[in-house]
Structures are given as C-alpha cells and as structure tokens.
Design a protein around this ligand. Structure first.
Ligand code: FPP
Length: 274
C-alpha cells in the first residue's frame, strides 16, 4: 500500500515513512541525545561546536515527530550530573544555547502547534534561564499538538526522591502515613511526568548502551533503540528508522508472544517478569 506522507517531510523522510504502520506509531518517544563531544573531536573542534551543531538535530527531530503525529516527545538535554561534572565554561555555553534555542524556536513551535514542557529541578537553574523557560512555556501553552518536553537539570533518581517527598507531604496533609495506600498509579501521579503516558520507545544516539539516570520508572517497558549515529548527525529520517525498528518488536509486557500464548495451557502465576 502506498501511504500519503504527511506534509513537510523531505524525500528521504517520505520514503522512510512508507515503511511505517501509521496505526502503530509510538505515543511517546524519549531521546537520549549523546555524542556531541565526539562529533566535535572528530573534526578537531571544541566540544561546544558539537552542542551548537546538535541544535539543528533537535529542530529536525522535533519537526518530523510532530509532522507524523507523535503525541509526545521528550529530549534529555542536560542531566543533573552534566551541570555538576562539566567545566563551568561548557555549562555556561549550554545555558546560553538553551536560551537562544527557546527564543528562536517559539515561533516554529507555535506554527507546528507544539506545546513546550520541562522536567527536572528547574529551580536550581540560573534565574535568567528559568525566566526564559517560563516565557517559552507560556508562549506555547495553548497549542494542542505534540507535547515537547525538555529534560533540564534532570535525574531520574532525584525525580523519585521528589515523588516520595511529595507523597509524604500529601499524606501529612491528609491524616498521616497510616492512611496512605501506595500503588503504582499513585507513584506515577507524583512524578514530573504525571501528565504524560510512559514512553513506548527510547532512542539513544552514539552507540552507548546505558539509560544514564533517564526516566527509570517510566521506561520499565519501553523498547530501546540505540543508533551509532552521533547526535549532531541525527535527523528526522533517523527517528523514522528508529520507529520502523520499534514496529518490528514484539511487545510482551511480561506476558507471552501471541503465538506462544495460543500453544500453551494457562501457566501458574508468574514470579518474574521478562
Ligand atoms: C551529550 O553529548 C549532549 C549534551 C550533554 C547536551 C545536549 C544538548 C544539545 C543537543 C543541544 C542543545 C539542546 C537544546 C534543547 C537547545 P556529550 O557532550 O556528552 O557528547 P560525548 O559523549 O561525545 O562527549
């Protein structure tokens, strides 16, 4: 069957789109953008040149995801560890880059009906960065299309710590811990991502096989796609390749594959998940 590609895709993207099943697109894609430094080193450039080049990849990926109708995209821009362990000059450059990106990109986000959100301990960022972030969030708040979430000063373990603190505070307001009944649903409602579905697909660029403290709770059943492409070379077409790979996977959520389920009599309750 020949699908009509969504408007705005370039020729390569339109070809890659033909290989997808539009009825089974992921509802939420999370991306660990990695390899900016290696990209720069290979070109004998300073690391910041890699980050600068990475902005074009962000733009292309965001626009393609939105054009094909992905409801939510989350980008791991800066981890808590990035802030603490990188040279001050690089951190300073990254903050400036973020502010320039937000200023330049808001009109395009609005044109594409994309709403901007953030996860991470934003209150620890410099005031001027927080102000720019809030300005961009409000400027796109009425959009009804894709939700673009930037993870900034983000750490999954800190997110869980904050969720447990928020649970304890809520319990204290409502009769104490004895009345608290904790289940997965309740924990999810206290995470930064409370308004997002869990990601179906997590993409990591530059070949590293790690989650690096990203969305540890939410990625429990996500499909993982690792590409050797370095982030500054990643474009919308690579995202479509990742989605094609995702659509080949057999998602079981700890159950059996469909054909195996039909061959076996019911099993005793599972003790471990796969
Ligand atoms: C990882 O590459 C990338 C980062 C820590 C920063 C990500 C920033 C961008 C992609 C550009 C700006 C983004 C926005 C949203 C404006 P690395 O430096 O760890 O690369 P390496 O592992 O090769 O050293």
């Amino acid at each position: 069957m020949h699908l009509t590609a969504p408007a705005g895709l370039d020729r390569k993207e339109a070809e890659a789109y033909q290989r997808l099943d539009p009825a089974r697109l992921p509802k939420h894609i999370a991306i660990i953008m990695d390899g900016n430094g290696r990209w720069a080193r290979r070109r004998h450039l300073p690391r910041i040149a890699g980050h600068r080049a990475g902005v074009s990849s962000v733009r292309s990926t965001v626009e393609t995801a939105s054009r094909i109708g992905i409801p939510a995209l989350t980008l791991y821009a800066f981890s808590e560890e990035n802030w603490k362990k990188r040279p001050k000059s690089e951190v300073h450059f990254l903050m400036g880059l973020l502010c320039r990106y937000l200023k330049a990109e808001v009109p395009t986000l609005n044109k594409n009906n994309i709403r901007l959100e953030y996860i991470g301990r934003r209150h620890e960022l410099p005031d001027v960065v927080q102000e720019k972030m809030e300005w961009a969030r409000q400027a796109t708040a009425k959009n009804t299309g894709m939700v673009l979430t930037l993870a900034l000063n983000y750490s999954a373990r800190s997110e869980l710590v904050d969720a447990f603190q928020s649970l304890a505070d809520a319990a204290a307001r409502n009769g104490g811990l004895n009345h608290l009944k904790i289940d997965e649903e309740l924990v999810s409602r206290h995470l930064y991502t409370r308004n997002l579905p869990d990601p179906d697909l997590v993409v990591r660029t530059s070949g590293e096989m790690r989650l690096s403290n990203f969305l540890l709770w939410q990625l429990a059943y996500a499909e993982i796609y690792v590409t050797p492409t370095l982030w500054p070379e990643f474009r919308g077409v690579h995202l479509l390749e990742g989605i094609a790979e995702y659509q080949k996977r057999d998602r079981r959520y700890g159950g059996l594959a469909d054909d195996a389920a039909h061959q076996h009599a019911p099993l005793p309750p599972k003790t471990a998940r796969s």
